[in-house]
Unconditional design. Structure first.
Length: 135
């Protein structure tokens, strides 16, 4: 079975350079590896896929606590089957990042998202994909 992993560079509230985007792409490689280990193949051609994973996230300033800046990250992960039906959807609201400046706090929020995708959300996506194959 094939599917496309569609991950775009995350929208940022600032245009300053940041490692968050590169961290997301590193995690994409981890997810690709997990997908391959699960018996699926990643395919970048939309015409020949069984599943499409889309992820959209953005950060926002939440305030300051002393010298620390707080950032919230919110977004959605959606998995569609080849017919376009949504078989998995996860809304993520206000994952927190904290650092002494806002861009690095945003990086921390994206790293937290990456950890959650790797530790639990991926398992839920895979279960939805496997269940969809049996229907």
């Amino acid at each position: 079975f094939f599917f496309v992993l569609m991950i775009r560079q995350p929208p940022r509230y600032t245009l300053s350079s940041s490692s968050a985007a590169s961290d997301v792409y590193k995690r994409q490689d981890v997810i690709r590896k997990k997908i391959n280990e699960s018996g699926y193949t990643v395919n970048d051609e939309l015409d020949n896929v069984d599943f499409i994973i889309r992820a959209r996230f953005a950060t926002s300033k939440k305030g300051e606590s002393g010298q620390f800046k707080d950032v919230g990250l919110s977004g959605i992960i959606t998995v569609n089957n080849s017919r376009g039906d949504i078989i998995y959807q996860k809304s993520i609201n206000d994952l927190q990042g904290r650092h002494i400046d806002y861009p690095k706090a945003g990086d921390e929020a994206f790293r937290e998202l990456s950890r959650k995708v790797e530790s639990s959300y991926f398992r839920d996506m895979l279960n939805a994909m496997n269940k969809n194959l049996t229907n």
